[in-house]
Write a protein that binds this ligand. Structure first.
Ligand code: FCB
Length: 456
């Protein structure tokens, strides 16, 4: 087993809508995910997250399990519509109280809380007013972030503005596979810009607060991108995929400007030229960068424009001809290729742009069709192996001298996996959705042994 520095952070990650349930309790307003999942045809198994893991009522039990497994950090997200039920205006104290109790319960167990301010649950009234296509949403996010950080910054010291703006923009407003389900092609780039602006505005607002000791960052999902061959079309496909998935986010955040080739491919250069004044805000210095790493993309670019799923538009507007190639490597139940070395590639991607910046893997994990056996155990050997491979990749990154400072497994609990509903399980802990019984899986036991072997 690899050995890590004593201050390496080990945690698990979750997201509010995926685990909390209690969607109408204590003044919470509706979010775009409430609306989306209750729209027929949006979720593969027809399920909704109204109850999910009932974590809103069971958080003490869940945090006790986390502590028992030996983790010392917990990344959870704060549901904006619990704090501001309509997206703007004064705070709902009951919402703030819930997250204060979550944070304090963590601290009682010696677990350091990491809070994500936006893991996709936009208050519905803000979507009705234009959502992430509107500049006003960026300003509203700044106010929400400032208010929440001001209220909870005494107990939460680590803050992540956005989770995976790529998904919010391109799945939410491009392909429509995620809430709010808009299929608007290249308009998704504008949503991406407003999300990045919201991040920068929030960072600047939180920096000015009374909690000057907070560390502030953002989480992006990055892919290790490879061309299927050395041919010009395949290398061009790799350029485009790396552009939309990685460079469109990393370059403005860390280098102060968008990659011009990506804007040209999508035909949005003029719109972006008029917004160049926002670039300085977007590049507001951060204390760390979070990476969600799951898989690699090996891509090819046939001459004809084809997008393999005719039922929805491509999430890559302007690059519809790019095909993800099946290399034959093993995949998880999501169909995502297992490629641990790619974790080092994505940390390097950040390091090349910002050599001093601490990096965290804020999500990494695998879906498999788990079952509780007759002996009451969940033998998820494939997931255990996945974690073994990816923690070893973290060790490789550290050994290379890369500033990787921590790792958060996705996820603590099986949960509501967005458009897949309850049909995909990612947890270290199995959840029976009928009884809410939690069962630590083999992968969870493995993690406990692994963490015990680490210096403390
Ligand atoms: C990421 C999301 C997270 C979860 C995992 C499997 O894209 O951030 O909420 O759905 O994928």
């Amino acid at each position: 087993m690899s050995t890590f520095p004593a201050d390496f952070v080990w945690g698990t990650a979750t997201a509010s809508y995926q685990i909390e349930g209690a969607v109408t309790e204590d003044g919470r307003g509706p979010s775009i995910w409430d609306t989306f999942v209750h729209t027929p045809g949006t979720v593969a198994d027809g399920t909704v997250g109204d109850v999910a893991d009932d974590h809103y009522h069971r958080y003490t039990e869940d945090i006790a399990i986390l502590a028992d497994l030996g983790f010392t950090a917990y990344r959870f997200s704060i549901a904006w519509p619990r704090i501001q039920p309509t997206g703007t205006g004064p705070a709902n104290d009951a919402g703030l109280d819930f997250y204060r109790r979550v944070a304090e319960t963590c601290l009682e167990h010696g677990i350091t809380p990491y809070a994500t301010l936006y893991h996709w649950d936009l208050p519905q009234p803000l979507e009705d007013a234009g959502g992430w296509l509107s500049l006003d949403t960026a300003a509203a996010f700044r106010d929400y972030a400032a208010l929440t950080h001001d209220a909870l910054g005494d107990v939460i010291k680590h803050w992540i503005t956005l989770n995976e703006p790529w998904c919010s923009a391109f799945l939410g407003y491009g392909s429509g596979l995620h809430a709010p389900g808009k299929q608007l092609g290249a308009e998704a780039f504008k949503a991406g810009h407003h999300l990045l602006l919201a991040h920068g505005l929030a960072i600047n607002a939180m920096r000015e607060s009374r909690h000057a000791d907070s560390t502030l960052g953002i989480t992006v999902n990055l892919y290790s991108v490879h061309a299927a061959s050395d041919s010009d079309v395949d290398r061009e496909a790799a350029r485009r995929t790396d552009g939309i998935a990685n460079r469109f986010f990393l370059d403005p955040l860390l280098l102060g400007g968008y990659p011009s080739d990506v804007l040209l491919d999508a035909g949005v250069s003029d719109w972006f030229d008029e917004r160049s004044a926002d670039l300085q805000v977007i590049a507001a210095p951060v204390d760390f960068l979070g990476i969600n790493y799951y898989s690699r993309h090996t891509v090819a670019g046939p001459e004809d424009r084809v997008w393999s799923d005719p039922s929805v538009p491509s999430p890559a507007p302007g690059s519809e001809n790019v095909q993800i190639v099946d290399t034959g490597a093993p995949k998880t139940q999501m169909g995502w290729e297992i490629h641990p070395d790619g974790l080092v590639d994505v940390v390097e991607m950040v390091h090349e742009r910002a050599p001093e910046l601490p990096v965290f893997i804020t999500e990494n994990g695998a879906a498999y069709a788990d079952e509780v056996g007759a002996d009451g155990q969940v033998d998820d050997e494939e997931r255990r192996h996945y974690f073994e491979l990816h923690t070893a990749a973290c060790a490789d990154a550290v050994a290379k001298g890369l500033p990787l400072k921590g790792y958060f497994a996705w996820s603590l609990l099986d949960n509501f996996e967005w458009a897949f509903g309850f049909s995909r399980r990612f947890g270290l802990v199995h959840v029976d959705y009928d009884t809410q019984v939690r069962t630590v899986k083999k992968s969870g036991h493995w993690f406990r042994d692994f963490l015990r072997s680490q210096p403390s």
